[in-house]
Design a protein. Structure first.
Length: 297
C-alpha cells in the first residue's frame, strides 16, 4: 500500500480524514521515485495530511476501477483507523472516485475532481469513432495499449494480474455517450446540464463534492509534452486542458476551471514544468486540503 508518510512541519492541510489520491488513465503510483501526482503527496504530508495513493488499474472501465478503489479504501480505513476518506481524483480518477462515493457514501467524506472527465472527452469520442467496435483494428489497438499499460504497472512495482487492464473499456468509459449514462446512474455532485455551475457541494448522499481544472494546452515551451496536448486540444471548440473541456470538469463546488494549466500541469507534471505565471499546482492541492479541514473533513 502506497502511503506518503513524512514528518509534518505544519498543520495547514491536516484534514480529519485521510486523503486518497486517485490517478487517471495510464496513471501510476510512482516510477523511479517520480510520483504521478508530482511532489503533491510529500507537500501534503509536510502540512499535516495523512496521504495514500490508490492502487487501481491504469486502464479499465470506471466501474472496474471504482470497485478496485473501494477495496483500497477498506485497506486505508483498516490501517488508519479512520471512518472515512477524502478522495482526490485526476482525469479518469474523478469518475472513479465518484463511483466509490456513490456506492459507499458511508466511507467517503468528500470527492475532489481535478480535470475530471465528468462529461466525456472529445478526444475519446474521436478515437472511439476512428476505431470500429468489434473490429480487428479494435482488437489490435487493445492488445498494444494494454501492453503499454502493463509496462506502466510493472515499472511502478505492481503486478498486472492484480489490476487487470482493458483499454477499450477505458476508452468507452471516457466517451461522452458512456459518461452521460454513467452520470444518470451516479448523479451526485453533477450540475443540471453541461457547462452549468450548479452542482451541489453537499449532495444527498452526505458527501461533499469539489472540482477544479486548467483551461490551457500549451503552457511552457520547455515541456516536451505540451505540443502533443496542443494538438489534442484542437478536438475541442471550447476552452480545454488538452484532453478535457473545462465545462466537462465541473462537479459540485467549482473552485476554478480556468487555471493556466494543461492536463498534466494539473498534477504538476512533467517534473513540475508548468506555467511560470500561474499558481503552483501543488499549492492548489494544499489549499484544497485546508478547505476540507475547515469544512470538518
Amino acid at each position: 500500500m502506497a502511503f506518503a508518510g513524512h514528518v509534518s512541519a505544519s498543520t495547514y492541510a491536516k484534514t480529519k480524514y485521510p486523503i486518497v489520491l486517485v490517478h487517471g488513465l495510464f496513471g501510476f503510483e510512482d516510477i523511479l521515485f517520480v510520483d504521478y501526482f508530482y511532489k503533491v503527496p510529500q507537500k501534503l504530508t509536510r502540512n499535516g495530511a495523512q496521504v495514500y495513493i490508490a492502487e487501481v488499474s491504469p486502464a479499465n472501465s470506471t466501474e472496474v476501477r471504482g470497485e478496485q478503489l473501494l477495496d483500497y479504501i477498506d485497506d486505508v480505513l483498516a490501517l488508519s483507523g479512520a471512518d472515512k476518506v477524502n478522495l482526490i481524483g485526476h482525469s479518469h480518477g474523478g469518475p472513479t472516485a465518484r463511483y466509490a462515493a456513490s456506492v459507499a457514501p458511508n466511507k467517503v467524506a468528500s470527492v475532489s475532481s481535478v480535470g475530471g472527465v465528468n462529461w466525456g472527452s472529445k478526444v475519446a469520442d474521436q478515437l472511439r469513432k476512428a476505431i470500429a467496435e468489434d473490429s480487428f483494428q479494435e482488437d489490435a489497438a487493445g492488445v498494444v495499449v494494454n501492453a503499454f499499460a502493463n509496462i506502466i504497472e510493472i515499472a511502478s512495482g505492481s503486478d498486472p494480474r492484480d489490476k487487470p487492464t482493458d483499454s477499450i473499456a477505458a476508452l468507452n468509459s471516457l466517451s461522452t455517450e458512456e459518461t452521460i449514462a454513467f452520470n444518470q446512474r451516479y448523479p451526485e455532485g453533477m450540475p443540471s446540464a453541461y457547462c452549468r455551475n450548479d452542482g451541489k457541494m453537499l449532495a444527498e448522499n452526505g458527501v461533499f463534492y469539489y472540482s477544479w481544472s486548467g483551461g490551457k494546452t500549451y503552457t511552457n515551451a520547455l515541456d516536451v509534452v505540451d505540443p502533443f496536448l496542443a494538438i489534442t486540444g484542437t478536438a475541442f471548440s471550447e476552452p480545454n486542458d488538452g484532453l478535457v473541456a473545462t465545462c466537462s470538469s465541473h462537479l459540485g463546488k467549482v473552485i476554478r476551471d480556468n487555471y493556466r494549466m494543461n492536463h498534466l500541469d494539473e498534477v504538476n507534471q512533467s517534473f513540475g514544468i508548468t506555467h511560470w505565471f500561474e499558481t503552483n499546482p501543488v499549492n492548489v492541492f494544499i489549499q484544497q486540503a485546508n478547505r476540507l479541514m475547515r469544512q470538518g473533513l
